[in-house]
Design a protein around this ligand. Structure first.
Ligand code: ATP
Ligand code: MG
Length: 333
């Protein structure tokens, strides 16, 4: 056993690439974060910024061409990247669970909902078949599925989108994991159901004491439930801080652009401005700042040198040369 860590999960300098016919796609480029038990980390960024690949790297469920090329993923102080597939099979679901972006990817269409929940319980616990059956119904009740006794006999396609998402949550939580990774758990749902599901996740978090990683491209939806938010671009971390830091004191040009492009209570009169340019080509990562080609404030150095994360407030950092310049100028006067 390794030393007990204050953090349930620590990711250090994680790098993941896909080795394709076209070349090496560098999807995750040095992600670092720490997560305390019971806390919620939000990961936000536009499509293709490496959010799902980061999650899959942690769970070691990458596509065949994908490989973690560097870094560590420590669960309670132990580097799980050193685990073999057998160890990982036991680990997944029991210690860290994931809710996928699309519920149909993890619900098997040819088995009933009850069967799938029971199998998950049987795989990770010593429960008997009868006990697993009872647990399946208990979990469905917990996530607010009505008439769970008859729902267990239904197939995924017989359920509405909201119900399927609840079943997914039940499946992810049936073995009471220490960490839940929710990859855009509500994107496919309409706004009222979205709010219900998020509330449900927060209730379950309080009851079970688990930590949550909430992955989204919609900052507004999750902000209120996160203790920390990490903004990603091009597989790197641009900025991290509390929801207040990110919303009211954004320090990275990408975060500022992101905020200008979404409706907020204080910009209702203004026109929404999308971020210009196109997302970067991960086959050919720029030498300097990944966001530089789309940044209105870019300087010469941004082209050639990668900015380090610097502190701009307590627990608030940004990787942007503008802040480094400002800090330098402040020192000079
Ligand atoms: N199997 C794969 N082969 C090659 N490239 C891949 C593969 N899977 C993902 N990628 C690339 O990795 C990058 C990051 O993808 P990822 O799915 O993590 O984005 P994301 O931030 O989750 O976006 P979204 O908001 O659309 O879900 C993308 O550019 C994607 O094209
Ligand atoms: Mg994704």
């Amino acid at each position: 056993m390794s030393e007990e860590s204050k953090y349930v999960l620590e990711v250090n300098d994680l790098n993941t690439s896909f080795f394709t016919d076209a070349g090496e796609v560098k999807a995750v480029n040095g992600i670092t974060f720490k997560l305390e038990p019971g806390k919620t980390l939000g990961i936000v960024g536009e499509s293709g910024s490496g959010k799902s690949v980061s999650a899959y790297s942690i769970m070691q469920i990458l596509a065949e061409t994908g490989r973690v090329t560097g870094g560590e993923v420590k669960f309670r102080g132990e580097n799980i990247l050193e685990y073999n597939e057998k160890q990982m099979q036991k680990f997944r679901g029991e210690k860290i669970s994931i809710i996928f972006q699309d519920p149909m990817t993890s619900l098997n269409p040819v088995f009933t909902v009850g069967y799938q929940l029971e199998e998950a319980v049987l795989l990770h616990t010593n429960k008997t078949k009868e006990e697993a059956k009872a647990r399946a119904i208990e979990m469905l009740t917990l996530v607010g599925v009505n008439e769970p006794e008859s729902r267990v006999k239904q197939y995924p396609h017989e359920l509405s989108g909201g119900m399927r998402q609840r079943v997914m949550i039940a499946m992810a939580l049936c073995c009471e994991p220490d960490v839940l990774i929710a990859d855009e758990p509500t994107t496919a749902l309409d706004v009222t159901i979205q709010a219900q599901i998020l509330e449900l996740m927060q209730d379950l978090q309080k009851q079970l004491g688990m930590a949550i990683i909430m992955v989204t491209h919609d900052l507004g939806v999750i902000a209120s439930m996160c203790d920390e938010i990490m903004v990603m671009y091009g597989g790197r971390v641009c900025e991290r801080g509390t929801a207040d830091d990110i919303f009211y004191h954004p320090a990275h040009e990408y975060t500022k652009g992101l905020l200008r492009s979404i409706p907020r209570h204080d910009n209702m009169d203004e026109k929404l401005v999308p971020i210009g340019g196109t997302p970067i080509n991960l086959l050919n990562m720029p030498e300097g700042c990944a966001f530089c080609p789309r940044c209105d404030e870019a300087m010469k150095i941004c082209l050639t040198e990668k900015p380090e994360e610097v502190q701009v407030g307590e627990g608030h950092t940004a990787a942007c040369w503008m802040n480094i310049k400002k800090a330098y100028e402040a020192q000079e006067v």
